[in-house]
Ligand binder design. Structure first.
Ligand code: HAM
Length: 421
């Protein structure tokens, strides 16, 4: 017997309603906000992600699924969506379209992480990217989109954290000061091997360390905002004003840095109050240098990725009621062999009317047909024929939610099928 690979999941038939509910809401909102769908391949050349996400990041260092294909090409399964979308933007000359180009995707993501509840090796992200404009209002709009979607879905206990990590210059100043602080405090002689590495290759990431021993040092580390230039601060103020106008509550977290190298200026995360570990539902921000880094001309961008499995866990644990979609579903059954053909005819008629319908097998007893109908959420059973084999005109409709049963003729059955379609 084969089992699932650790960190992967089947999405079983009974779970599909949550996925449909999520997608319906997400795709509808994307349309309302003026985004168009894009799908990119599951794998790309490894270099795209090395350059896009950054060599010093955990994702690139430890988490990618990378292999040589049979043509000796170095290939990586997509570990996030933004680099691929930017590659497609450049390759398809989308800078010639009206800007900003507003794109959304729903896609699987592969990261070789240590699996635990809410942390998978294959997960799905719904993401949006706005490329070609550096207005701070667009950052506000991106955050507004993520927040509105989670609220529409019915999540109540969510929190938004925002920060600015400035432009390249601001960051260089800040990193100098942060590194000095690290080396001068006792932190550098602590046991944290991760921070020892991070300070060498990606110092900003030391702010993200989850190690308990590092927390006190992180709390009193210099704040990024004190190293921000005037233009960075103005940009951040405008993002905040947009959020205030949208009446979206937020906290400023000066230690929020995110795990990918391409961010500039605005970064944000939306977390859930419900699940304490792996509680980030959305992460995103601005990435003004990424397109250039990937070989395009200097083009700003901003976006987010939303973890679909995590949002669905929230929907389930918060017991959010999923609106039922077209509950009308009929199970046709015939009492005897003679009425079987008649039953097939009625079932086809129902399907022609776009009503979900199935035919119960001829050998199944009425009792087991009932059980099947209840298990599979049928709304009605239509029974054709009765114990008198000559009586083919006997048709009975049973409503499974009210238990009401009524005898009808063929004309009335057609009328019923027209009415509920
Ligand atoms: P990210 O923060 O790495 O950002 O991932 C986005 C979201 O994906 C997270 O907030 C989380 O909900 C979910 N997620 C990440 N890793 C896992 C995992 N191992 N298992 C389950 N869910 C996970 C990005 O990927 C950026 N590309 C987002 C972005 C788009 N920034 C700008 N545009």
């Amino acid at each position: 017997m084969f089992n699932l690979i650790r960190g992967t999941k089947d999405i079983l038939p009974q779970d599909q309603k949550y996925w449909d509910y999520f997608k319906d809401n997400a795709f509808k909102l994307a349309d309302i906000y003026g985004f168009e769908r894009i799908d990119t391949p599951t794998f790309e050349m490894t270099d795209l992600f090395l350059r896009g996400i950054g060599i010093g990041t955990d994702i690139v260092n430890k988490e990618t699924y990378t292999f040589l294909d049979r043509g000796e090409n170095n290939i990586t399964l997509r570990p996030e969506g933004t680099a691929s979308v930017c590659r497609a933007y450049i390759q398809n000359g989308m800078h010639n379209d009206a800007q900003p180009k507003k794109l959304y995707y729903f896609t699987s993501i592969f990261r070789y992480e240590r699996p635990q509840s809410g942390r998978l090796r294959e997960h799905h992200q719904f993401g949006i990217e706005t490329i070609g404009n550096n207005d701070p209002e667009l950052d506000g709009e991106i955050i507004n989109f993520a927040w509105t979607l989670l609220k529409k879905i019915g999540l109540k206990q969510i929190n938004l954290k925002i920060n600015t990590i400035g432009n390249k210059n601001d960051r260089n100043h800040y990193i100098k000061s942060l590194s000095k602080y690290y080396l001068e405090s006792k932190w550098s002689s602590s046991e944290c091997k991760d921070c020892e590495q991070r300070i060498k290759i990606n110092p900003l990431r030391i702010l993200d360390c989850k190690n308990n021993d590092c927390q006190n040092f992180i709390a009193s580390a210099p704040a990024m905002v004190d190293y921000a230039s005037k233009s960075t601060l103005e940009h951040f103020e405008k993002v905040k004003s947009y959020l205030d106008l949208s009446e979206i509550p937020y906290t400023i977290d000066s230690k929020l840095v995110r795990g990918l190298d391409y961010y500039t200026n605005t970064v944000f995360e939306i977390t859930s109050d419900q699940n304490k570990s792996q509680n980030a539902l959305v992460g995103g921000g601005r990435y003004d240098g990424l397109i250039e880094q990937l070989g395009g001309s200097s083009t700003p961008g901003s976006g987010f990725g939303m973890g679909v499995e995590r949002v669905i866990n929230e929907i389930i644990s918060s017991k959010i009621e999923i609106p039922s979609k077209n509950r009308e579903k009929i199970l046709f059954t015939s009492i005897n062999k003679k009425s079987f053909e008649q039953t097939i005819k009625f079932k086809l008629l129902a399907r022609n009317n776009n009503i979900k319908s199935e035919l119960s097998t001829i050998n199944r007893s009425l009792k087991s047909t009932m059980r099947y109908a209840n298990n599979k959420d049928f709304s009605h059973i239509v029974i054709v024929g009765d114990n008198d084999e000559k009586n083919l005109n006997y048709i009975s409709i049973k409503n499974l939610s009210t238990g009401k049963q009524s005898n009808v003729n063929e004309k009335k059955l057609s009328h019923f099928l027209n009415k509920i379609q």
